[in-house]
Design a binder for this molecule. Sequence first.
Ligand code: 8C9
Length: 302
Amino acid sequence: RKKEIIMKRKLEDSAREVHTPQLLEEQERLIATLIEAHRKTYDASYSDFSQFRPPKRGDGSPECRNATNPFLMSLLNSDMDELPKASASGAEAAAGDELSMLPHLADLVSYSIQKVIGFAKMIPGFKELCTEDQISLLKASAIEIIILRSNESFTMEDNSWTCGSNEFKYQIGDVMQAGHKLELLEPLVKFQVNMKKLDLHEAEHVLLMAICLFSPDRPGVQDRCRVEEVQEHLTETLRAYIACRHPLSCKHMLYAKMVEKLTELRSLNEEHSKQYLQISQDAVNKEDLPPLLLEVFGNPTA
Ligand code: 8C9
């Protein structure tokens, strides 16, 4: 009888271990490190944005977007009776011109790449990789991590990325004025909405970005085993975190849903590569694309 009770208790104990894993001290520390790394590299006041080349938005009217008479248009639409000095190319006058948002968004993306690199360097295990592997991981995941981190500024109120003032509020139309096609931007916004609905904790958000970075199947990665080891450690930590910190009502399938987001990011990434090639060729004025952006996403003229 006594033996039976002891046996029963043992079984219950092991069952509890399976169903409610503990967050190990080491995992707690990892999460704290990642959160700190993110906070150091994500400025939620967006005060740096005023240093980017300014955004230029057309009024959205067909006349403006398809301006065949940019100079006439600018004179008719303003109180000026002289052409602005810097508009010899017509680019200034046609604020609604095809690629008018490109310089600003290119600067935003270049800035974001720098922040992602800073974040990566603070993830335990990243600096221990050889430089070649660090570069391969960053090149492949940069756009995915930017899309993930941008969820913090995304709002479902008007489906925009709102970074402070109206000047730095980005809607689909603004991104189209950087040469991106609606076919790519619709899934991008849908992705943001679905991410927002997951309502992730900060710990889950930063773990997802780290897991995305440490994907062993990226092209060019030499030491796949090391990358996989780190990724498994991160996913184990994420599972444990969800199991013991996330409220029962909403943790249902959360881990699976997060993994699904990584798959969706892959297809956004793939589509992006195609469009990037197009845009970088259209951007006749190559100065529009910062050197870091060309290095990370590729320079077709190099
Ligand atoms: O290759 C790209 C590119 C961008 C501008 C160019 O002039 C040339 C090339 C990036 C393309 C992507 C869209 C395609 C993804 C599938 C880019 C346009 C997207 C952004 C920058 C549009 C605006 C809102 C990717 C992420 C989008 C946004 C990010 C918002 C952020 C604000 C803030 O949360 C970035 C984040 O790092 C923040 C600091």
